[in-house]
Design a protein around this ligand. Sequence first.
Ligand code: F6P
Length: 357
Amino acid sequence: MKRIGMLTSGGDCQALNAAMRGVVKTLLNSRQKVEIYGFLDGYRGLIYNNYRMLSGSDFSGILTKGGTILGSSRTPFKTIKDPDANGLDKVEAMKQNYRKLKLDCLVILGGNGTHKTANLLREEGLNVVTLPKTIDNDLWGTDMTFGFQSAVNVATDAIDCIHTTAASHGRVFIVEVMGHKVGFLTLNAGMAGGADIILIPEIPYDINKVIKKIEEREKNGSRFTIIAVAEGAISKENAKLSKKEFKKMMEKYPYPSVSYEVAAQIQEKTGREVRVTVPGHTQRGGSPCPYDRVFASRLGAEAGKLILDGEYGFMVGYKNREIVKVPLEEVAGKLKMVDPDSTIVKEAKLLGICFGD
Ligand code: F6P
């Protein structure tokens, strides 16, 4: 008999349901008796003991469904040790609810922040197995997170659509891509969508280099330029600021996001017409792509196997084309970023893509 608690925390992404289905199918196929407690809206459900008993049928027909059947919320790690508005010790509450329900293990699906809390719960003595979700692909310890490829598809579609209208009007178009503080999504969607310029946080840009590229393209007969800008892209000047200076500067920042700043600068310095498109949360929405369905199912199956074997304290990840188990303490608190010297960046540059550096 296994009693499993499950929760999805942080920003959602495609294939969360596929991953949970993978875990549950594996457990049920073992023919052991399994009880599944689905905590609602992330850690919040575990803190306030808000759960739903789930059976096999709850996981039927959800392989292709976006979002999460459990709901999600952000419960910042930064404040996890602070009491809630009513003085409740959140960490103690999670431990107590785990013990009250006599759980054998918690299956936690999430990204960076989620993994910090998952590791804390492990340190506090709970059995935890995690799965790496995020469209940002910025989780340490895994080459790939589920949700990422689906988001690349959505962002690429946006760039593809912009291409046709940019060509008609002979304009400069900026597509702002999500990814928080890392550029994997922008780099991949930018390359897939044939962007001429890609700006990512890991390679601070010089606006003059960006303009030079636009002018070069025009000289060579191109009527338009597509720029894929990561939401976390940063100029060379701003990259030099300390954290405190940057925060202060952002307090008076006049633009909705960096893309609008880049657009304003291009417009001001060249007089060209620039338009900004922000696909935003559409990148996290909709059905998971086939890659993510397979990938999340595989991760889920391996997580199920770890639970059956009683092996806890791991994230199931993907390294060098193999599904692997990574100790949670190695994952928590680290960020995976695009290496500016990686072969993909070098290849993009060989293709003529400008990074503004
Ligand atoms: O981490 C996933 C992500 O979609 C990031 O790419 C983005 O910066 C952030 O979440 C948006 O968060 P929220 O949904 O809370 O606005």
